[in-house]
Design a protein around this ligand. Structure first.
Ligand SMILES: Cc1cc2nc3c(=O)[nH]c(=O)nc-3n(C[C@H](O)[C@H](O)[C@H](O)COP(=O)(O)OP(=O)(O)OC[C@H]3O[C@@H](n4cnc5c(N)ncnc54)[C@H](O)[C@@H]3O)c2cc1C
Length: 285
């Protein structure tokens, strides 16, 4: 069991990892080798200390080199559930693995695409965030998939292997999926409706009858990820030392609120790592 499970491979997660390593703590980073699209896609960054007008891609390369030099690797996995246990946390990934950590750091950023009406209401009754976990439930059925990233397109293909019909609501450019049972829609839906379970997905100009709706976003909302974590205005509520309402669970970066900035994410990752180190040493605040 590691000292800390870090969820997210952006600035907040990387900053926390570097500081935890300096403090002699063990950790695992769940995220992606690509680090974060919010870094790689930035055209020019003007306000990050030490770099003048650096491109996001250059910053990404520098971060990757720093991680490699420090022997820090990122597990290319997506956390789908964080379970507070008596004195540790269990983390289940979409790839089917289960890990445990004495603490957990939520550094998962925020998703640009907002939640849609009915989404939270129907979680477990037709709304799912994990194609590989729940796809088999929709054998020969009709599903809508709201997908925000080309990187997650393989999950759409996975669903198409079970479902009779897939409506792919693609919120990204260069859709590259050509399967007979997949229909591509390029419009944001308004709401998910139904009696007890999902029945329809509504758009401004039409509605589609579906048995389920999959939300494939780069970022899983912390409220969905960790049952019981306190949220305010869509962000994780944290104290000055980045602790959430759950003992041993910390959060840093965009997921804790505005301003959404690299420097804030780095700073909060650092503060969280020090707080986690103190917590692990038994020194309570
Ligand atoms: C185009 C663009 C330009 C920007 N330019 C600037 C700028 O010039 N200056 C500035 O200060 N800020 C800028 N920002 C804002 C900045 O990118 C963010 O504030 C910063 O990236 C936040 O870092 P983070 O680590 O909190 O989250 P993120 O960078 O969003 O990283 C979170 C990572 O966690 C991963 N993740 C999420 N959920 C899970 C999960 N369940 N399991 C595993 N991994 C998960 C995500 O895939 C992502 O890789 C820009 C943002 C964009 C989009």
């Amino acid at each position: 069991m590691v000292d800390c499970m870090i969820i997210g491979s952006g600035m907040a997660g990387i900053s926390a990892a570097l500081t935890l390593q300096a403090n002699g703590k063990s950790f695992m980073i769940l995220g992606t080798d690509a680090l974060s699209e919010k870094i790689s896609k930035a055209e020019k960054i003007h306000n990050y200390p030490g770099f003048s007008d650096v491109s996001g891609q250059t910053l990404c390369d520098a971060l990757r080199a720093q991680l490699a030099a420090a022997n820090i690797t990122i597990t290319n996995e997506r956390a789908m559930g964080v379970y507070p246990l008596s004195d540790k946390f269990g983390v289940a990934t979409q790839e089917g693995n289960y890990y445990e950590g004495k603490t957990v750091l939520l550094a998962c950023g925020v998703e640009g695409v907002k939640q849609i009406d009915g989404e939270t209401e129907f979680v477990g009754s037709g709304v799912s965030y994990c194609a590989t976990c729940d796809g088999f439930l929709y054998k020969d059925k009709t599903v809508a998939v709201l997908c925000t990233s080309k990187r997650l397109e393989h999950e759409v293909a996975f669903l198409a292997g079970f479902a009779k019909k897939v409506y792919l609501i693609a919120m990204y450019k260069d859709v590259d999926i050509a399967l007979e049972n997949v229909e591509i829609i390029k419009k944001m839906p308004k709401a998910i409706v139904g009696e007890k379970r999902v029945e329809k997905i509504l758009f401004t100009d039409k509605e589609l009858s579906v048995d389920g709706v999959f939300m494939l976003r780069e970022t899983v909302s912390p409220a969905v990820l960790v049952g019981g974590v306190a949220m305010q205005d869509g962000h994780v509520e944290v104290s000055r030392d980045m602790q959430t309402n759950l003992v041993g669970c910390y959060a840093a970066g965009d997921c804790t609120g505005r301003p959404y900035q690299y420097a804030k994410a780095v700073g909060e990752g650092n503060v969280a790592a020090h707080a986690i180190s103190r917590y692990l040493s038994g020194i309570k605040e």
